[in-house]
Design a binder for this molecule. Structure first.
Ligand code: B12
Ligand code: SF4
Ligand code: SF4
Length: 377
């Protein structure tokens, strides 16, 4: 099939009929589990998700494709940079998908089904992507709510082409293969998988580090660990991922970012952030969101060596969100580092926090600094 020749690892054809996923989606929204992702709850978005004919009148078929990203991790890189979700470690998959899906769209329109209307999507529109992919047998929905397959595990991304022509549909898998396993539910650091197949995004580290625009709730910060963009824990523990193949697409291989460290990320200004992450999914977090995450990771590592970088961010970062999280991180270092091993660093922590608590012009930063002083003294 042409989709496989174009580099997708798997493809399937789904007939357009109502999806069970639609009811799950509505229930999920009604429970408020989308958090601040208000675009998902808008009436137009919901209608389109429920009824793809609102996107493409005369729609008959959804062609679903899967593109594997790299399943590997590099411990030394993680140590330097903090942890970045595997799907986001290389070039933005939306760009890779776009190029591949456009080629498939061209082939369909010009060769396979001349005159057909064909629209492509990949995380770009109101489509229940996992629901359609499940429908045509690309995999099953796991208890962590991701789609996974026996051949590829779950390290893959989804894309679709909506077509106004009927094609022979592929059947869904005969059964799901999670069985009695509950590893993902137990391993999730924040308890975000509140029941099998149900995720509360408000607790998910992926949401907290990518989608959330404001402060990460203080009680959740220690649970975020050193994830600075996304989270892979529920997939890392999944037994079906043990045999996942390496990504064939070099554009999705992890960038080394050799000269960078967590501390150096704190020196990024707006143009520097845009330049460093121009072709990366990390750009979605915005500079302030990304540096907020970096502060949380440094606070959770609680190493005295990070004090100068955090104190500089607290004193002079232009964004109050970053200053507030730098204050929190300094408080964690103050609380957890032993005075005998790092007396000087602890003096610097106290000094930086006192100054911010008394003179930062932003209320939230002063409050964070005060709370951090209390925790660390
Ligand atoms: C919003 C969103 C998020 C949110 C919410 C995630 C979620 N689980 O709902 C946040 C920011 C947390 C997130 C995180 C991640 N995401 Co995301 N995300 C999306 C997005 C844009 C919409 C998903 C959505 O509508 N969620 C609401 C739920 C209710 O809908 P659903 O997931 O389609 O629902 C299915 C199941 O949950 C199930 N279901 C739901 N409730 C119930 C209840 C019962 C009883 C049962 C039986 C089933 C069931 O039914 C549905 C399908 O059949 C999609 C792209 C898209 N347009 O679909 C990508 C998408 C789902 N994300 C993706 C990825 C890669 C991730 C991360 C792995 C990224 C990372 N490493 O950090 C994590 C994984 C977290 C996780 N455990 O799911 C991929 C998934 C690929 C795959 N193999 O499954 C997608 C498809 C993007 C893409 N084009 O590839 N994501
Ligand atoms: S991505 Fe991380 S935080 Fe989100 S459900 Fe999976 S393990 Fe939990
Ligand atoms: S860890 Fe276990 S329960 Fe979770 S998705 Fe994988 S097989 Fe299913």
């Amino acid at each position: 099939m042409r989709a496989l020749k174009l580099g997708f690892e798997a493809a399937g054809i789904a007939a357009v009929e109502p999806l069970a996923a639609r009811a799950h989606f509505e229930a999920w929204l009604a429970a408020g589990r989308h958090g601040g992702m208000s675009y998902l709850a808008g009436p137009k978005h919901r209608e389109r998700r429920a009824e793809p004919a609102r996107i493409l009148p005369e729609i008959r078929t959804v062609v679903c494709v899967a593109l594997c990203h790299d399943p590997a991790r590099d411990a030394a890189r993680d140590r330097r940079l903090g942890r970045i979700a595997r799907y986001a470690a290389g070039e933005d998959y939306h760009r890779v998908m776009r190029d591949r899906l456009r080629a498939l769209q061209r082939f369909i329109r010009e060769d396979a089904l001349p005159g057909a209307r064909a629209l492509w999507y990949s995380d770009t529109g109101a489509i229940l992507e996992r629901g359609w992919a499940e429908r045509c047998g690309l995999g099953w929905i796991g208890k962590h709510t991701g789609l996974l397959s026996e051949r590829f595990g779950s390290w893959f991304l989804l894309g679709e082409i909506l077509l106004d022509r009927p094609l022979d549909p592929d059947p869904p898998l005969a059964r799901e293969r999670c069985g009695t396993c509950t590893r993902c539910i137990e391993a999730c650091p924040t308890g975000a998988i509140v029941a099998p197949y149900q995720l509360d995004a408000r607790l998910c580290i992926s949401y907290l580090t990518i989608e959330l625009e404001g402060a990460i709730p203080r009680d959740l910060r220690p649970l975020v660990g050193d994830w600075i963009f996304g989270c892979d824990v529920c997939q890392e523990v999944c037994p079906w991922n043990r045999f996942a193949p390496p990504a064939r697409e070099a554009r999705l291989h992890a960038r080394k970012l050799e000269d960078w460290t967590l501390e150096r990320f704190l020196t990024l200004d707006e143009p520097g952030f845009d330049a460093l992450f121009a072709a990366s999914p990390i750009r979605r977090a915005s500079r302030a969101g990304f540096l907020r995450n970096v502060c949380v990771a440094l606070g959770n590592r609680a190493e005295a060596g990070a004090v100068p970088a955090l104190a500089a961010a607290l004193a002079s970062d232009p964004d109050a969100l970053v200053r507030a999280h730098a204050a929190w991180a300094l408080g964690e270092i103050g609380r957890r580092v032993g005075a005998e091993s790092a007396a000087r660093a602890l003096e610097d922590v106290a000094q930086a926090l006192r100054k911010a608590a008394s003179s930062d012009f932003d209320d939230a930063v002063r409050e964070e600094a005060e709370a951090a002083l209390q925790r660390s003294s």
